[in-house]
Ligand binder design. Structure first.
Ligand code: SF4
Ligand code: SF4
Length: 110
């Protein structure tokens, strides 16, 4: 019969394996992201949850949040916010795309 310490050890090993896999996938994703003066950030509105992380990391004041009606009529919330990029201010540094928890920001050609 499996003992609890064995189970915990297996779980820790599995967590480590998954963490390494996710880190390596993330590193590949980061390496593929465009950046620099020829690139600009773009928000996929349907993925944005208005969490404000991108505005915190953007040093160039190139992101603003705006209120928009909620797509689903069943939910009742006071404010539904989305992020939008100000193209002229965006320097293409990629920080927002790397920091967005829902992968709502992509880098596109300017
Ligand atoms: S970090 Fe991502 S999800 Fe959060 S407000 Fe910015 S774009 Fe939206
Ligand atoms: S790419 Fe950089 S400058 Fe442009 S919006 Fe994102 S964090 Fe701001």
């Amino acid at each position: 019969m499996t003992e609890i310490p064995d189970l915990l050890a297996r779980r820790t090993a599995e967590q480590k394996r998954i963490r390494m896999l996710l880190d390596s996938m993330r590193a590949e994703e980061e390496a593929k992201l465009k950046g620099g003066e020829d690139a600009v950030a773009w928000v996929k509105e349907e993925l944005c949850i208005g969490c404000d992380q991108c505005t915190i990391v953007c040093d160039d004041d190139a992101i603003e949040l705006y209120d928009t009606p909620l797509a689903s009529p069943i939910m009742d919330v006071d404010v539904n916010r989305k992020a939008r990029i100000l193209r002229d201010e965006c320097t293409g540094c990629r920080l927002c795309a790397l920091g967005c928890p829902t992968d709502a920001i992509i880098m596109i050609d300017r």
